[in-house]
Design a protein around this ligand. Structure first.
Ligand SMILES: Nc1ncnc2c1ncn2[C@@H]1O[C@H](COP(=O)(O)OP(=O)(O)OP(=O)(O)O)[C@@H](O)[C@H]1O
Length: 522
């Protein structure tokens, strides 16, 4: 390949820049030592040569070093990142053949010219940085599929020293991009912002950040979030609830809470919830009453609209369930459990159009717990114990597409992978919500109404139907009733005389025509 004359000095300059950048970082870490060293070297240079250049170099080094130390973000943006990207790109280009050979993606083919078999390495069709990700497009060989690259993804990721590698197929699934991510924008925890009263969100809620350091907004649709104990489910729940706070305050969103751990979590900010259930009986009643409200709204929508727009008086309803398993698996009363599951399934399947959504949190993602996973529109996995659990939550193939919930370290609570309706997997981290923020939110975003869950009263045995008050009986009727029946056969309907608890039907007094009665006629 012919290179322009400028290419060599340009490359040399970038290499020099790389080493200087490392030197600046070192100086930034030890500024005092650098100063002393510079002065000592300058002192030795005194009298022999001109010492001024040494002082100048020391000042420049210290200047850049202190910049790297005191303002790391701008230093990274203007100095480190461009040099890092250049170095990484060069490394991937140079080691492409070796890495693909080691990952088993090369082929042995017969070549006429060589009079024998040769090793063919997939070409590197394109290599570029896009939005902080290094994207490599391999030329897939005959006989290979995108799945071969997905299977080798972990080997390629390790060889290129990337933090994450996604194999993104094209629309026809005939080619793919290897998307590599380096560094971690989600490494450090951050606090969720306290929303402004005016930032009313009803369709999407700002919950945290994505791994590209972009804001992460969760669409307000039925979502299940699974994570081991201590993975940060509580903070994700509060980040969502907090973001909905301004809409709750003005009655555009209604939160219905189910916290079967005695309400220990949700009672941190109970005023945000219009209704709060803390026992299994209350939870089932709440769900069943929600189904009735949902069906009423569906009736109102009939022939008018197909998608409900939240408004005051007809808000979007979000049922927040902390520990779904307590509702779907651990209830011992089978009848209650069935009723709860049926109501929940109805909300999940019919709730989207009338604006009824479920946010369910679960610790144990076994099948029986997440039996209704397919009804949830959005799936979210925090730290999970095993690879199999990731598949249970995010679906088959999620791990191959980069969802590594089982690799999230315990030191990064609130971090997880979300699978949207389009199947895209995104790594995200929720902002941390402190107890002080919850106390503040409890007063600031108080729901306009709080409706207690009143259990139905005890059933009355053999309730008497409302009867009209009896009319006072006429004397003539009483006389007639007293007329004894000769035998049951005297009834017009023989049953009438035998039906227990029912009075014999009143016999009509035969008309005295004087003709029908043979005795009289004779
Ligand atoms: N987004 C976050 N950033 C930083 N720290 C967090 C975050 N979320 C949670 N934590 C910390 O992690 C710990 C566990 O969080 P949390 O209680 O929310 O987990 P959990 O999954 O709800 O646990 P459990 O299921 O046992 O209740 C807490 O001490 C909390 O301070």
């Amino acid at each position: 390949m012919m290179r322009s004359l400028w290419w060599y000095p340009w490359r040399a300059l970038r290499e020099l820049g790389w080493w200087l950048m490392r030197l600046f970082r070192l100086v930034g870490r030890h500024p005092f030592r650098t100063l002393v060293l510079g002065l000592v070297v300058g002192w030795f240079a005194w009298g022999r040569d001109d010492w001024r250049p040494m002082i100048l170099v020391t000042i420049v080094l210290l200047g850049f070093g202190l910049w790297a130390r005191l303002a790391p973000a701008p230093f990274d943006r203007w100095v480190s990142m461009p040099l890092f990207r250049y170095r990484k790109k060069r490394f991937v280009r140079r080691s492409w053949g070796r890495v693909l050979t080691g990952s088993g993606l090369v082929q042995r083919e017969y070549a006429e010219q060589e009079k024998g078999r040769v090793t063919v390495v997939p070409s590197l069709r394109r290599l570029q940085w896009r939005q902080g990700r290094l994207i490599a497009v391999p030329g897939i060989l005959f006989g290979q599929t995108v799945e071969d690259y997905q299977a080798a993804a972990e080997k390629i990721r390790t060889a290129f020293n990337a933090r994450r590698l996604l194999v993104v197929p094209n629309a026809n699934d005939t080619a793919c991009e290897l998307v590599m991510l380096f560094g971690d924008a989600l490494a450090a925890p951050f606090q969720a912002p306290m929303p402004e009263l005016s930032s009313v969100q009803t369709d999407k809620v700002l919950v945290g950040r994505t791994e590209e350091d972009a804001p992460w907004s969760l669409p307000l649709i039925s979502t299940v979030l699974a994570g081991s104990s201590g993975s940060g489910k509580g903070s994700v729940m509060w980040a969502i609830v907090l973001a909905l706070g301004p809409a709750v305050r003005i009655g555009l969103v209604e939160l219905l809470g189910i916290d079967l751990k005695g309400g220990v979590e949700m009672k941190m900010a109970p005023k945000l919830f219009t209704r709060l259930a803390t026992t299994a009986e209350e939870a089932v009643q709440l769900l069943e009453e929600t189904v009735i409200s949902m069906q009423r709204r569906l009736d109102e929508m009939g022939g008018v609209t197909r998608l409900h727009e939240p408004k005051v008086g007809a808000p979007a309803v979000v049922v927040v369930i902390d520990e779904l398993a307590a509702l779907t698996s651990y209830i011992t009363d089978r009848d209650l459990k069935k009723r709860g599951e049926a109501a929940l399934a109805l909300i999940l399947t019919m709730g989207r159009a009338p604006g009824f959504h479920v946010l369910a949190f679960v610790q144990d993602p076994r099948k029986e717990v997440l039996g209704m996973r397919q009804h949830f529109k959005q799936l979210f996995g925090l730290r999970l114990a095993e690879k199999e659990e990731v598949a249970m939550v995010l679906g088959e193939g999620a791990v191959a597409r980069g969802a590594a919930c089982h690799k999230i370290p315990p030191g990064k609570p609130g971090t997880g992978y979300v699978r949207g309706e389009n199947g895209m997997i995104t790594r995200v981290r929720a902002g941390f919500v402190t107890d002080a923020m919850l106390r503040q939110a409890n007063e600031l975003f108080r729901a306009p109404r709080q409706i207690p869950i009143i259990p139905p009263g005890p059933e009355v045995e053999n309730p008497k139907p409302n009867r009209r008050p009896r009319k006072p009986r006429r004397k003539a009727d009483e006389d007639q009733d007293e007329t004894p029946l000769k035998n049951p056969g005297d009834c017009e309907n023989p049953d009438d005389g035998e039906h227990p608890g029912r009075k014999p039907r009143r016999r009509r007094r035969p008309r005295n025509t004087g003709q029908d009665n043979p005795e009289e006629s004779s």
